[in-house]
Write a protein that binds this ligand. Structure first.
Ligand SMILES: NC(=O)c1ccc[n+]([C@@H]2O[C@H](COP(=O)([O-])OP(=O)(O)OC[C@H]3O[C@@H](n4cnc5c(N)ncnc54)[C@H](O)[C@@H]3O)[C@@H](O)[C@H]2O)c1
Length: 315
């Protein structure tokens, strides 16, 4: 029996989905987290396991597992996090997943539209920008109610890289990445600081370029080490924080994949930008100050993902 209102559904109970469900349950901000999958038993078993940790960790959110591809019990969700889809294997690019994951994401999105027509949808399946665009098309939801998770993760990776390079606490480092999740990720050095000082004052340009490169390849670095599956601890932290911001109507400004409609002189594309997140999803895209180079990089990223997103309607 749920102790508070609110329901979040996490579709896909693989590594990303199960860790997202655990984090959301531990936040204790909704009565119910529903974890689903096409597999029978896995979501039910994970839900039971997470619920049994409640008295130790001190949270009351109940996790409900729903297997066999069913959407029973997900109805009327406030937020749906879509993690269903294959992850990368070593040597694969995110784009190698597009055909398989498009079929999965389309089917999931149609079911979400049917069962939770008022939900805010957070997509994480890869390739991220394209799957977010596809989920919006397939749900038919307003663009502000469909967003993707990538920028929170890329920014967190950049922050960790800078903190470890300088040997300083992560809390003293602020970084930002915009653009797309992948080759056209746009780091924003002008918005990066260490203890309030510009990053460029505490690190030479070559080191910054090296860390940017490492950030851009952060997902592949983990995939190569794991050998099977892709990262999920940092990714699930990012998606869960986005879902929490929606539930709490927080107005938090986060780097997310959002529909851009005129900001930065860019229109009609899902792109990594900073956005204010609230109960209605993306309240607004927040246009920050960028240098001419950064703005040019963002516009280039927009054109690169625009072409790929135009094709998703046929997938
Ligand atoms: N956006 C990001 O920053 C980011 C980061 C890491 C991973 N990812 C992506 O997240 C996705 C999931 O990764 P993972 O590590 O959890 O993979 P995983 O293989 O561990 O789990 C995927 C789960 O989806 C389920 N599934 C497949 N089709 C389904 C359907 N139609 N309905 C419901 N469930 C379905 C599978 O049975 C499986 O349990 C991958 O596409 C991966 O590339 C994105």
């Amino acid at each position: 029996m749920a102790t508070k209102p609110g329901k979040i559904t996490v579709v896909g109970s693989g590594f990303y989905g199960s860790t997202t469900a655990l984090r959301l349950a531990q936040y204790d901000v909704v009565g119910t987290v529903v974890l689903t999958d096409i597999l029978e038993g896995r979501p039910e078993g994970l839900a039971l396991d997470i619920n049994q940790s409640r008295s130790i960790e001190g949270f009351e959110t109940e996790v409900v597992g729903v297997g066999g591809g069913s959407y029973e019990g997900t109805e009327g969700s406030d937020v749906v996090v879509v993690t269903a889809g294959l992850p990368r294997k070593p040597g694969m690019s995110r784009m190698d997943l597009i055909e398989t994951n498009a079929g999965i994401v389309r089917e999931v999105a149609e079911n979400v539209a049917r069962t939770s027509p008022d939900a805010v949808v957070i997509v994480v399946s890869n390739p991220l920008d394209e799957m977010t665009a596809l989920a919006q098309l397939a749900t038919g939801f307003p663009t502000q109610r469909v967003m993707g998770q990538a920028g929170m993760l890329d920014t967190a990776r950049f922050t960790d890289n800078v903190a470890r390079e300088l040997g300083v606490p992560t809390a003293s480092v602020r970084t930002l990445t915009l653009g797309s999740h992948g080759d056209t990720m746009v780091p924003v050095p002008s918005r990066c600081t260490v203890d309030g000082k510009p990053l460029a004052d505490v690190m030479d340009a070559d080191r910054i370029a090296h860390l940017v490169d490492r950030t851009r390849n952060g997902g592949a670095e983990v995939v190569a080490l794991l050998k099977t599956g892709s990262a999920y601890y940092a990714p699930s932290a990012a998606a869960a924080r986005m879902a929490k911001a929606v539930i709490e109507d927080a107005g938090a400004v986060m780097p997310v994949c959002a529909w851009v409609d005129g900001e930065y002189g860019i229109s009609g594309v899902y792109l990594g930008v900073e956005a204010e997140i609230g109960r209605e999803g993306v309240r607004r895209v927040v246009e920050g100050d960028l240098t001419d180079d950064e703005l040019a990089g963002l516009r280039e990223a927009a054109e690169a993902v625009r072409a790929k997103q135009a094709d998703v309607a046929d997938l």
